[in-house]
Write a new protein. Structure first.
Ligand code: ADE
Length: 223
């Protein structure tokens, strides 16, 4: 999968892609991530990409021209399955959306900043609008990092153990069961005996029951 991320402050999104699972996924060529600074597509001599809103009001708006030029340049090179705009008024991200997007071959993600982008960008180019929750961030970059992380870990070959993304919380509309590692006894707080029993069917049964109980208690809306 190739993901092209468009932003006027790409520095904000660089570091999540430079370590751990996502870095390894890039090194292993499971995923290619390209950051694009929309300032590079500005025809203005000051590299301006934002302007005051028509009709007045507070805040600046990202202009259509640099964004359109960047998207058109990318689209001339390959077909995109989706052009996603990160925005608090988009569809709220969930595991189902992440699963669907993880099957894409090429995707553009546009990060808004300031008051957002000119509506015509949304009308003319954007195919999907995604929010990471009902709160407002300073820009779409951190939201894009969250979205990319949720998708990339689902791509086959990215996680060492192929089954581990399938056993994540939310994959069956259930939260994940509790997990433990050494020591078996921490100052009197012990790991449940069943996990030390070596009896795999019993462990599975215990985990399923715990997942159900946890979901019932913490997120009954999922059931
Ligand atoms: N940009 C600003 N806030 C956002 C949010 N909650 N989700 C996605 N993009 C955003």
């Amino acid at each position: 999968m190739r993901i092209d991320i468009l932003s006027n402050v790409p520095e904000l999104i660089r570091s999540p892609f430079e370590a751990s699972i996502i870095k390894r996924a890039q090194d292993a060529k499971c995923i290619e991530i390209r950051l694009h600074n929309i300032r590079d597509y500005s025809s203005n001599k000051y590299k301006q990409v934002d302007d005051y809103p028509y009709g007045g009001g507070a805040g600046m708006v990202l202009m259509i021209e640099p964004i359109a030029k960047c998207i058109e340049a990318l689209k001339s090179e390959r077909d995109y399955d989706a052009i996603v705009y990160m925005t608090p008024d988009g569809q709220q991200l969930n595991q189902k959306i992440a699963n669907r997007c993880s099957l894409y071959k090429n995707m553009i993600i546009l990060c808004g900043h300031y008051k957002g982008v000119d509506q015509r960008v949304r009308d003319l180019f954007v195919t999907d609008e995604i929010s990471v929750g009902d709160y407002v961030l300073s820009g779409g970059e951190l939201a894009a990092a969250v979205f990319c992380d949720a998708i990339i870990r689902l791509i086959p070959g990215v996680l060492g153990n192929e089954t581990s993304a399938l056993t994540d919380s939310f994959q069956d509309n259930l939260l994940a069961p509790p997990i433990y590692t050494r020591p078996a006894d921490y100052k009197g707080s012990k790991v449940p005996d069943v996990l030390m029993s070596g009896n795999t069917p019993k462990v599975e049964e215990w985990r399923e029951k715990q997942a159900e109980e946890r979901t019932k208690k913490l997120r009954p809306d999922l059931l």
